[in-house]
Design a protein around this ligand. Structure first.
Ligand SMILES: Cc1ncc(COP(=O)(O)O)c(C=O)c1O
Length: 373
């Protein structure tokens, strides 16, 4: 398969482990294994005695069970554990799609969610998230106009990376109805689910639609990216069977120690999500003050959910050049919108880290010293 470079991962590969001020990260604050094990009495001893053999291909049975409890209609057998979120995106697209199938993807969106379909030589249409006066918006009715006789799949990412847009329950129902009427699968990447800032938990897409597939992960809302544990949830038995056979060719089974740690984290799901939602909320108060102060330079689109926002910047210089200079001169990392195939001048900011203020102060220092403000 010939596939284009993953622009975001190439960009992070250059800077993520050298720039000290990571002001764009999409994963929430992480924690040590010791702190995670403290969440369950006796777990340290148990963890150290775990056997390091192969694990079951669909995932540890207890892990599949705790994951299924996040949903209203899923049972353990509806869950297949994978390596992070990237493996299941790749595997799912490869089991479902064939050359010349038509795929509709929300746009902007994380690159693999359309690039794997491109590499399979599908026809891909964008369903745009629009910049409105008060933030990002989507016209749900416009989805129907994109549907063609060969449309096989709609790809969503809610909460969305990079805009922070999230569907309401009514919008989810509407999309499911449109998809059902046209017999189209819906793949909903929900890796940022759980850190809703308005306090309303949205339903998982797969709970609403029998041909819906929900993608979840430990990396983002839980802040446990190093575990590399993600999952797909669906009620479609044919897809579940094909996903297992595809996993035989990729990771075979997931990391045993990571599965055990994920079980502990998910048993404490509410607490971990509350902790990270609070970090985001506290950082957003700091961000509000910053963007109010510099309102002529930025249009701040507060995220509806999730740890990232996509912010418009009013400068002459191409945004990619601006972000390159910022990281070179001040060691502050922001992600420019060209990474998302967009011409307009946006950057992605992340609010999930506890050193947010320190990084924002460095950004402000750079803007002042270079006479942008
Ligand atoms: C929307 C979205 N999906 C999937 C992924 C991949 O997640 P992971 O690193 O856990 O594989 C990311 C990572 O940034 C993402 O933003």
């Amino acid at each position: 398969m010939l596939i284009n470079d993953f622009k975001l991962e190439v960009f992070f590969g250059k800077h993520e482990f050298s720039a000290p001020y990571l002001l764009t990260q999409s994963d929430c604050e992480s924690m040590s294994i010791t702190d995670l094990l403290k969440l369950e009495d006796g777990s340290q001893e148990k963890f150290l005695n775990e056997w390091l053999g192969y694990t079951e291909v669909p995932g540890d049975p207890e892990l599949r069970n705790v994951i299924s409890k996040l949903y209203t209609t899923m049972k353990s057998e509806n869950i297949i554990v994978h390596a992070g979120a990237q493996e299941p995106i790749f595997n799912f697209m490869n089991i479902l799609l064939e050359k010349q199938d038509h795929v509709i993807t929300q746009f902007p969106i994380y690159q693999s969610l359309f690039e794997v379909a491109n590499a399979i030589e599908c026809e891909v249409s964008r369903w745009n998230i629009e910049q409105g006066e008060n933030g990002w918006m989507m016209d749900i009715d416009s989805l129907e106009s994109l549907i063609q006789p060969n449309t096989k799949l709609i790809v969503l990412n809610s909460p969305n990376n990079p805009t922070g847009y999230t569907f309401t329950e009514e919008e989810i129902k509407k999309i499911a109805d449109i998809a059902r009427k046209n017999n189209i699968y819906v793949f909903c990447d929900e890796v940022y689910k759980g850190v809703e800032l308005d306090g309303f938990k949205r339903p998982w897409f797969a709970d609403y639609y029998e041909k819906g597939i929900s993608l979840g992960v430990m990396s983002k809302a839980y802040g446990l990216a190093g575990l590399r544990i993600g999952w797909l949830a669906t009620r479609d038995e044919e897809l579940l069977g094909k996903l297992i056979k595809m996993k035989h060719y990729t990771s075979i089974c997931s990391s045993g120690p990571s599965e055990k740690l994920s079980i502990i984290a998910l048993k404490n799901s509410d607490m971990l999500l509350q902790r990270n939602t609070q970090i985001i909320k506290d950082n957003l108060i700091i961000a509000d003050a910053f963007f109010n102060k510099y309102s002529s330079l930025f249009k701040f689109n507060r995220p509806m959910a999730g740890p990232v926002a996509f912010i418009k910047m009013n400068i002459e210089m191409p945004i990619a050049e601006f972000c390159d200079e910022l990281v070179d001169k001040q060691s502050v990392l922001l992600l420019p919108s060209n990474i998302y195939d967009m011409d307009s001048q946006y950057f992605r900011m992340g609010f999930g880290r506890i050193n947010f203020k320190e990084s924002l102060d460095q950004f402000e220092k750079y803007l002042i010293e270079n006479k942008y403000v």
